[in-house]
Design a binder for this molecule. Structure first.
Ligand code: ADP
Ligand code: GLC
Length: 493
């Protein structure tokens, strides 16, 4: 079976969030199951610069905004990938500094509609083997709004591949104006309530939902949540009408990249059976890396970490609100690495200025620091208001850094709350792996943190939780098999 896997980001080539991780590790897992899979992404400048050489597979002529653009399709190989990587090379749209979606100042690229229309069109043509490479896809698997139009471009093709679309985050709809739609000269038949039109705009995400044969999202709970007004962003009706082809498949993690026994980005290795001294030494290294003098006190005090895009989804505002109280009432210290909304960045930096020894803050993106934070913290904060799947709580579990999470989406599906066993005053249920709270408010978060800090002082309970957390299996194999079932399954109309 031939699968073309399209994504706007793929770790380690380019990544802004969890989509990048999934677009790396899921195709590899599918490849290991014998699927003939190719990954395709735009040839952003940062990606191309990583390769000394590439093979030109050919040129596609793409019609967009009344012009025909000649776009090169490149093939590159990379030692981290056991499968071919294809790049859609259109210099005027992708050869620029900055991130895949935004300018360095954080604003969206003004031509994002054109960039991802062109990318999606190229993916659709390659899936149909219009370059005559002798490789026609049986399945084209796309993700999120950036590739939503792939399925639309294939809609009127005879003998087209099966179109699988995964929603990683419904909050990003890929909305563009009707003016832009007309300027790009997109097919008139897409502009309808049954098509890609959404309240007077184009929604590329909706196009993915409407025109695909199979829709998935990244956890079973989120698949249910998005069919309700609270999480559906107005698309709940569109989705619930299609619930017969919608399912939730939990993301896995790359257990080689995220392995406390061998992670090259952490100074000390450890395992579920022998957590210390390794974990404790990483805590020391983490404090030192943040310029904090290590003392007996801060080494034994609980250290709460967070690695995150700093956006409302992640509930970072709730944490910021309660930090002053926690600093006053407890010994807890905090360590953050994140990038995002300037307002949250400024608030965190201010806390750091006020409490330099207790609130450590790095504004920016660093894989190395993220790994050290996972290894060196005691608890991980992830009070997301919604979370399609979430990967950081999974990395945290694997690193014995107990997650504190809101019961939503993938967080609800992957973290088991440290409840007391029925009838016991001290023993926790055996499956517990972290701390889960029910309502996304700072009060509830504060209660969950207080509960976690108490358990931190109960060494027997704490050890049990850490061991159970580290023993969870979040590898990709099971989920990859579920995707394969969907790839080969009959398409229902
Ligand atoms: P989302 O995709 O919504 O951002 P996930 O938990 O699925 O959330 O994935 C986030 C990924 O991005 C994780 O691999 C996390 O380690 C990484 N990440 C987020 N922010 C940073 C940062 N500032 N530095 C390094 N890695 C980060
Ligand atoms: C999105 C979601 C996150 C998910 C990731 C990978 O960015 O916000 O919850 O883990 O995609 O699927």
């Amino acid at each position: 079976m031939k699968v073309l896997f399209a994504s706007s980001e793929v770790w380690p080539l380019i990544k802004t969030g969890g989509l990048g991780d999934v677009a790396y590790s899921l195709p590899q897992a599918l490849h290991q199951q014998g699927i003939d899979i190719r990954i395709i992404l735009p040839a952003y400048r940062d990606v191309l610069q990583q390769f000394d050489s590439f093979k030109i597979l050919g040129w596609l002529a793409l019609n967009i905004a009344g012009k025909t653009r000649s776009v090169r399709i490149l093939e590159v190989s990379h030692d981290k990938f056991a499968l071919p990587i294809l790049l859609v090379d259109c210099q005027c749209l992708f050869d620029r500094a900055g991130n895949p979606y935004t300018h360095a100042d954080g604003y969206d690229w003004p031509d994002n509609a054109e960039r991802f229309v062109l990318f999606s069109q190229a993916v659709a043509q390659l899936a149909m083997d219009e370059l005559k490479l002798g490789w026609k896809a049986d399945v084209v698997h796309s993700s999120d709004w950036q590739t939503g139009l792939v399925s639309a471009f294939l809609d009127n093709k005879v003998d087209r591949p099966k179109r699988v679309f995964t929603i990683h985050n419904l909050a990003y709809g890929g909305y563009f104006s009707h003016e832009e739609y007309s300027r790009l000269q997109l097919p008139a038949e897409w502009w309808s309530a049954e098509g890609a039109e959404f309240y007077g705009n184009l929604s590329m995400l909706k196009a993915g939902i409407v025109y695909s044969d199979v829709i998935t999202t990244v956890s079973p709970s989120y698949a249910e949540e998005i069919c309700t007004p609270a999480f559906g962003y107005g698309l709940e009706g569109v989705l619930s009408h299609r619930s017969y082809k919608l399912s939730g498949i939990l993301n896995g993690i790359d257990t080689d990249v995220w392995d406390p026994q061998s992670d090259p980005l952490i100074p000390y290795h450890y395992s579920d059976k022998r957590r210390n001294p390794g974990k404790q030494q990483n805590k020391r290294a983490l404090l030192e890396a943040n310029g904090v003098e290590v003392t007996k006190d801060n080494l034994v005090a609980p250290l709460l970490g967070m690695v995150s895009r700093l956006v409302e989804q992640k509930g970072v505002d709730m944490i910021i609100e309660i930090i002053p109280q926690l600093l006053k009432w407890t010994q807890a210290n905090f360590v953050f690495i994140g990038k995002g909304h300037p307002h949250f960045e400024a608030q965190l930096l201010q806390l750091n200025e006020q409490y330099p020894e207790r609130v450590m803050v790095t504004i920016g993106y660093s894989e190395e620091k993220a790994h050290l934070l996972e290894a060196g913290s005691d608890l991980f904060l992830m009070p997301s208001r919604f979370e399609p799947c979430g990967l950081n709580q999974l990395y945290s579990l694997r690193y014995g850094t107990l997650p504190i999470v809101h019961r939503t989406g993938g967080l609800a599906d992957t973290v088991v709350d440290a409840k007391l066993k029925a009838g016991s005053k001290t023993a926790l249920i055996e499956t517990a792996t972290g701390f889960v709270f029910d309502t996304a408010t700072s009060d509830e978060l504060l209660k969950a943190i207080t509960r976690a800090l108490f358990v931190f002082t109960q060494k027997k309970q704490w050890n049990q939780l850490q061991r159970t957390a580290m023993q969870q299996d979040f590898g990709w194999e099971k989920s990859a098999l579920e995707y394969i079932k969907l790839y080969v399954g009959r398409t229902e109309e």
